[in-house]
Design a protein around this ligand. Structure first.
Ligand code: ACO
Length: 428
């Protein structure tokens, strides 16, 4: 392939370099476009063809169903690594040695205290508040309690900001759940691993000990790893673009949480379970819902199906489907909606509408079934996604700041009124 692209406009030819990534991905570098052409821009709603940055964190090949963090396959990481190792890998670029991992965990624990006054903010929310709204608000509120700005030219400053949020975020997640359930707010237990501690913070009852079930802990670890990064998706792009204005890490993360909340993105895991429940209540009539999903006059979509990038099986969905069977068996849970999900998947994979559009189950199709078996309420599903995505957001923010990327500021093509004279209200 040529290493340049030629654009011809009104007989004038402009040359643009084609850059190649380490996995041989090609992109036309149009940085010089407007300057060279006297102001012509490009338009690409939804950024379906537009790369916003170069990144060395996550590689994704949607046609072949490949996902790798820093070069390691998601299958191998889900099988062999734990979430904290994967977080370190994403953020710092290499798998940690035992000493690095111990230090990372120790520093996170040292920062896991959340100011008692944050509880007063939480108090102001109604119990019925969606925990994603609570989580984004409390993440934002952390700025007020940690007001010193991070010197992003200092690796030590960056590191301190990172361990701070890695320590405090799970506390906020647990508090969002406990508030909803009317349970007293608590702190973690430093004797436990990162994920076990999260489970204890979420589920410990005030009048009983909490013993971590290894089946639940392993399942959560795997789910968090599978959600940990996914290159330039909607919430990650949000984190990078907010951070590109030099807003701080916590502010960027809070914006990312809100982007994740939408049902077309992370909110799909809640929407999938609600859909499967509705199908069950409706007597398990999957055909009716398949027909609704295909009907262009009906806004209903088969939640948990389709992906902007994967035009093949989402590799994470394959792992989660197997895990769902294992976890439900190990916990002795017989959930009829797992059968509905499997039935729906089978029908969709044989249906020309889904086959032609390359719509496969995505990461969220089966994750909710596992969360539910673990005793996590439906409204918390997207919060669990945010917990998993935290290291990815941090890694992407750090990379963006380290590379000194310019402020994100897209162009537009204006389609409104031309200049017109103002009319006084009496003349309109
Ligand atoms: N059910 C029915 N039809 C669908 C679905 C679906 N879940 N997804 C896409 N389609 C159809 C569209 O109607 C469109 O059909 P057309 O070509 O006849 O108009 C075609 O497939 C392409 O769909 P787009 O919306 O253009 O694809 P896009 O890449 O913009 O959207 C998205 C991707 C948002 C994920 C979409 O597939 C969707 O809404 N899925 C359901 C929500 C979901 O599961 N989201 C989670 C994604 S994973 C994540 O963010 C963690």
């Amino acid at each position: 392939m040529s290493d340049k692209a030629i654009l011809e406009i009104d007989g004038n030819k402009y040359e643009f370099p084609i850059i190649t990534g380490t996995e041989n991905e090609k992109a036309i570098d149009i940085k010089a476009l407007r300057g060279a052409t006297g102001g012509i821009t490009t338009i690409d709603p939804g950024y379906k063809n537009t790369g916003s940055c170069e990144s060395a964190i996550t590689f994704l090949n949607g046609e072949e169903g490949i996902l790798r963090y820093r070069g390691y396959s998601i299958e191998e990481l889900a099988d062999k690594a734990d979430f904290l190792e994967v977080a370190y890998l994403l953020i710092f670029g290499e798998l940690p040695t035992q000493a690095q991992l111990d230090k990372f965990h120790g520093d996170i624990k040292a920062h896991s205290h959340v100011d008692e006054d944050v509880k007063k903010i939480l108090d102001g929310f109604p119990k019925s508040a969606h925990p994603m709204g609570v989580l984004s608000s409390l993440t934002s509120a952390l700025i007020a309690f940690n007001p010193s700005s991070v010197n992003t030219d200092s690796e030590e400053d960056m590191y301190q900001a990172i361990v701070k949020i890695m320590g405090k975020f799970p506390v906020l997640v647990a508090w969002a759940l406990r508030k909803r359930e009317g349970q007293p707010l608590d702190y973690g237990d430093d004797s436990l691993g990162y994920v076990d501690n999260i489970l204890k913070m979420m589920f410990k009852k005030p009048n009983a000990d909490y013993v971590v079930d290894p089946v639940v802990s392993n399942a959560l670890d795997k789910l968090l790893i599978l959600h940990a990064d996914h290159e330039q998706n909607c919430s990650t792009s949000t984190v990078r673009i907010v951070g590109s204005s030099h807003a701080g890490l916590f502010a960027s993360l809070s914006a990312g949480i809100n982007a994740l909340w939408g049902p077309l993105h992370g909110g799909a895991n809640q929407a999938v379970l609600e859909m499967l429940e509705a199908i069950k209540e409706d007597g398990g009539d999957t055909k009716r819902y398949m027909a609704k999903a295909k009907d262009k006059n009906d806004p209903f979509r088969l939640m948990g199906f389709g992906h902007r990038v994967y035009k093949n099986f989402d590799p994470r969905a394959k792992i989660i489907k197997v895990a769902a069977d294992e976890v439900l068996n190990a916990l002795g849970v017989d959930d009829p909606i797992l059968d509905i999900a499997k039935g729906l998947e089978k029908e969709a994979l044989e249906d020309p509408y889904f086959v032609d559009r390359k719509l496969y189950p995505n990461v969220d199709f089966y994750s909710g079934i596992i969360y539910r078996a673990m005793g996590i309420p439906v409204e918390m599903f997207t919060v669990m996604f945010a917990l998993g995505r935290l290291p990815g957001w941090i890694a992407q923010w750090k990379e963006m700041r380290n590379r000194k990327e310019p402020i994100g500021r897209p162009r537009q093509v204006y389609t409104g009124e031309n200049h017109r004279a103002f009319k006084a209200v009496t003349e309109r």
